[in-house]
Write a protein that binds this ligand. Structure first.
Ligand code: SAM
Length: 244
């Protein structure tokens, strides 16, 4: 990975730089986000999200919080199960698109949309039964702080479910995987935004991510009584399940 790496390296040079970069990036791609998600996941993203929701097991009336909610897939699925849902994202445009989608969904009560940062949640302690996040934890500037905040707002016995890319342990698998995402991301970025780096942020962020096993360890270290992860797509993706 050489060409175009410098701006991305700068994007990860500090938590503040990552925060600035991620905010700009997601505001830029918001209107293409749903299309890109289908293309990059070969249409499998919906299946992975259904699996995540099954693990979260939302019952009617459960208080659920979906973080980094984007255009709202997980929030709508939680609401369809009868949960009372708050959906938070730092990108206002993502939530505008979610609201437009809400008008076309006929499943459950619409989520409440909150623009905010998952590293500083505007909710009281022990307020939610369930916290979900899809492709959220990898994007935050401070992973430990985000997990701390999730722990704080969950009630004792509450459940965290997180779906994200994984950083494969095996060096060869990792190199092929990230090389593939680099090439495809570059092509999509050029085609849609005339900037190949746009979606190369994905492999760049995976490269710097601790990986699923260490993220589970971090959850336990932050106080979760139980944290495990389930491999998805042969371990290229992961779903974390943690209990407070
Ligand atoms: C890859 S999208 C995932 C959207 C959605 N969860 C899904 O699964 O389709 C990542 C989302 O994280 C949001 N995000 C990034 N950093 C964030 C932060 N610090 N706090 C809250 N949301 C954040 C972005 O605005 C973006 O909508």
């Amino acid at each position: 990975m050489t060409g175009g790496v410098e701006p991305l390296d700068r994007a990860f040079s500090s938590p503040q730089a990552k925060q600035r970069y991620a905010r700009r990036l997601f505001a830029t791609i918001a209107d293409r986000y749903d299309l890109i998600t289908v293309l990059l996941s070969f249409g499998l993203d919906g299946r992975w999200k259904r699996r995540a929701i099954d693990l979260a097991a939302p019952g009617p009336g459960a208080r659920a919080l979906d973080l980094a909610s984007g255009t709202g897939d997980l929030a709508f699925a939680l609401a369809a199960h009868g949960a009372s849902v708050v959906a938070l994202d730092v990108t206002h445009r993502m939530l505008q698109l979610a609201r437009v989608r809400a008008a076309t969904f006929n499943a459950g009560r619409s989520p409440t949309w909150v623009t905010g940062d998952m590293c500083g949640l505007p909710f009281p302690d022990a307020h939610f039964d369930i916290v979900t996040t899809g492709y959220g934890l990898r994007n935050v500037p401070d992973l430990k702080l985000a997990i701390d905040e999730i722990y704080r707002v969950l009630r004792p016995g509450g459940t965290l479910v997180s779906l994200d890319f994984n950083r494969p342990e095996n060096a060869l698998v990792r190199s092929v995987y990230l090389g593939y995402l680099w090439a495809v991301g570059g092509a999509l970025g050029w085609t849609l935004h005339r900037d190949p780096d746009t979606y190369r942020y994905i492999p760049a962020s995976i490269r710097r991510y601790p990986g699923a096993a260490r993220v589970a360890g971090l959850m336990r270290a932050e106080g979760f009584s139980h944290a495990e992860w389930r491999p998805v797509l042969g371990g290229l993706m992961a779903i974390h399940l943690a209990r407070k």
